[in-house]
Design a binder for this molecule. Structure first.
Ligand code: IVH
Length: 671
């Protein structure tokens, strides 16, 4: 390669890899596979060594990769958070082993650990309490995300008393999401008309970037710890430290192994290459670390990774196939999801015919799909296969680029896109058949009204026959009993079953009805929280955004969706009809047995996060005769303040001279 060519190639690779780093670490939306990224990084590294004059001092070969984001406080790491060198084959591992032998001789051990596919996190503990959590960021400084991390159950807020942890230490690990939770939450997002995440790693990383820790708490994350950092060295080996931190209360993965040589490492890798599919979370490789700390010190570091550790990355199974067609599905909220229909192909033991395309950008920006393209399809740890890239060599001459549809495939209404969101949606919620049918199907579903004797297909039939076009029409189906019989599809018994089921649904509690209405962003948990807080539909319908966000776990986005929903006269009319039919729009009165009347006549607002849940505190107050208010005014007696309370509440309460008390002080009022 001539120097001019090398210069150009170095510049192009540097720019491309910087963009990929940004997509991966900052946006949590990677557009390249790890394997291809590493391949390009190695090419750049080689060229920079050959032509050092052209190397960018800020080259991706010299940096860890991430960046800090603007929304969080930036914190400098006491010890830099480095990354690991990657290998993809046995030979590279044997080379690694030989480099180590050359440096420290033959007398050492390895610790093999799973390489969890999430985001790395550094936790600081002071006096046995979680003091701070910081993301890796650019390796030197990261984002302070303590409030978000406090919502992760497996991360101890307090260490086990009596275990001999040091006064101050840092511990590092990987925050991730279990595959089951990922699938459940992604499904919920599809149901709510939100854009889905491509894999659990992106979901976990996107979640940590949220400003609203109530939303973080709704998304179950987990964390495995794998590195202890202390001022004074407490243990001789990494293995010993792992055993100790387990006793202090940390979640340490039990699959790690001590290996006496590289053959043990290779056996461990061979085992997990197939066994990884049976884990409940994704791993993307194995991390191999020299066990002894003084040997680690002797080996030292390069600019961005330790010489005493390396990662072996598994290759995902990948096949080539033809894209037959892109079709579009319209969900009950109007969100449009593109689907790639593929020429059936065998991949990791199953025949793949379809792949999700997530959103319009995936088609027109990331993949730049053309008609009948040959695509690479991969199934990593994930269940749904994805299109990785296009084999451009096989693109048919003259093939047309695929354009995203502009009109609804079902009702031809012009599609819209909300600013800042990736999904297009059909705004014709009253007239678009899949939306109407989808809403009624959602209402009868198991998690909502759980109506026996009615299924999704029957709803489609009833809609096509003109029997139902609103939820409330279900309660007039009895009037069509004769016509139903005449259709010949339903026997008398099944019609009776169906009508019975519909009748019984009138007894379903308010939170099920509210969830059944299918308001955007109001899932089952949110519906239950709203009912607990507002008690009646009338209060909920007239609540302002401010009043809504005062309820536990209700953020601005949910609040706005609710006020928008109830502002629509069609929705109000539908609720009136359901009310006339006898559905439950008032919370079931739990029999409140007053524990005492010590708080009688006193009013409270609970704000911030506590070790107990806010609901628990609310119950305690109410069971002792106190009342919860929704906003701060002169009528308020106490503001119960936890961690991370909003500054405006604090300011308002201080101005009005309202006593601000902790949860412990609240308990003291009872004694
Ligand atoms: S040790 C100095 N152990 O992989 C190296 N990292 O590519 C410290 N990771 O940033 C990392 N599982 O986010 C280590 N068992 C494990 C790991 C692990 C996943 C991640 C971590 C790190 C990245 C390096």
């Amino acid at each position: 390669m001539s120097p001019t060519e090398a210069k150009q190639r170095i510049q192009a690779l540097t720019a491309e890899l910087k963009q990929h780093n940004y997509n991966y670490y900052v946006l949590a939306m990677p557009t390249i596979e790890d394997f291809d990224f590493d391949h390009k990084l190695k090419e750049l590294d080689k060229l920079e060594k050959e032509f050092p004059d052209y190397a960018d001092p800020d080259s991706p070969t010299q940096r860890v990769g991430g960046e800090v984001t603007k929304e969080f406080v930036t914190v400098k790491h006491r010890w830099p958070m480095l990354s690991l060198g990657n290998t993809y084959n046995e030979q590279e591992l044997i080379d690694f082993d030989q480099r180590i032998r050359k440096a420290i001789g033959d007398n050492f051990e390895y610790v093999c650990e799973l390489k969890f596919d999430g985001l790395s996190m550094s936790l600081t503990y002071q006096d046995g309490k979680l003091a701070r959590a910081v993301t890796r960021g650019d390796g030197t400084q990261g984002d302070e995300v303590t409030t978000n991390v406090r919502t992760i159950h497996s991360i101890p807020k307090k260490l086990i008393a009596g275990s001999n942890y040091p006064e101050l230490f840092e511990i590092r690990g990987e925050v991730f999401m279990h595959r089951k939770a990922f699938e459940r939450l992604n499904k919920e997002r599809t149901d709510n008309g939100e854009v889905t995440y491509a894999n659990p790693r992106n979901f976990a990383s996107g979640t940590m970037k949220l400003q609203d820790s109530a939303e973080v708490a709704r998304r179950p994350l987990d964390c495995f710890l794998y590195g202890l950092y202390t001022e004074k060295q407490l243990f001789k080996t990494h293995w010993e430290s792992l055993q100790a931190v387990k006793e202090w209360g940390f979640h340490v993965d039990d699959h790690s192994r001590l290996c006496s040589d590289i053959n043990g490492v290779l056996d461990f890798i061979a085992h997990w290459d197939t066994e990884r599919h049976h884990l409940s979370y994704d791993i993307d490789g194995i991390v191999i670390k020299v066990n002894n700390y003084s040997q680690q010190q002797e080996l030292g570091f390069t600019a961005k990774s330790p010489r005493w550790a390396i990662s072996y990355k598994f290759k995902a199974e990948r096949v080539e196939t033809e894209l037959l067609e892109v079709t579009y599905q319209v969900g009950r909220t109007g969100a449009v999801t593109p689907v790639a229909n593929l020429k059936p192909v065998l991949l990791a033991g199953t025949t793949v015919k379809r792949a999700t395309l997530h959103n319009a950008d995936e088609i027109t920006e990331r993949l730049k799909l053309h008609e009948h393209d040959t695509v690479y399809v991969e199934k990593g740890g994930e269940i749904i296969p994805k299109i990785i890239s296009v084999n451009l060599d096989k693109r048919k001459p003259g093939a047309k680029a695929i354009e995203y549809i502009t009109h609804c495939p079902a009702c031809d209404t012009k599609l819209l896109r909300t600013e800042g969101e990736a999904a297009w949606y059909c705004p014709n919620d009253e007239g678009c058949p899949p939306q109407i049918v989808g809403k009624i199907q959602h209402y009868i579903g198991r998690k909502a009204m759980n109506i026996d004797g009615l299924g999704d297909e029957t709803i489609t039939t009833f809609y096509n026959q003109g029997f139902v076009s609103h939820i409330s029409d279900l309660y007039s189906l009895g009037e069509h009993a004769a016509e139903l019989k005449q259709m010949g599809r339903f026997g008398e018994k099944s019609i009776n079953n169906m009508l019975d089921g519909i009748e019984k649904s009138k007894q379903q509690p308010f939170e099920k009805v509210l969830f059944g209405l299918g308001i955007r962003y109001v899932g089952a948990t949110v519906a239950a929280k709203l009912v607990a807080h507002f008690k009646t539909i009338d209060r909920l319908m007239t609540a302002s955004v401010e009043e809504l966000t005062a309820a536990e776990e209700i953020g601005g986005r949910i609040a706005e969706s609710i006020t928008e929903y109830f502002a629509d006269p069609v929705h109000k009319q539908e609720i009136e009809k359901l009310r006339e039919k006898g559905l439950q729009f008032v919370a079931e009165e739990k029999e409140v047995v007053l524990a005492s009347d010590k708080l009688a006549g006193k009013t409270f607002i609970i704000s911030g996060t506590f070790e107990r849940s806010r609901d628990e505190l609310k119950d305690i107050i109410e069971q002792n005769g106190g009342k919860i208010l929704s906003s701060i005014s002169a009528k308020l007696n106490y503001l119960v303040a936890g961690d991370n309370m909003g500054p405006s509440k604090l300011e308002k309460a201080t101005k009005l001279n309202i006593p601000i008390i902790s949860d412990e002080e609240l308990m003291a009022l009872l004694n």
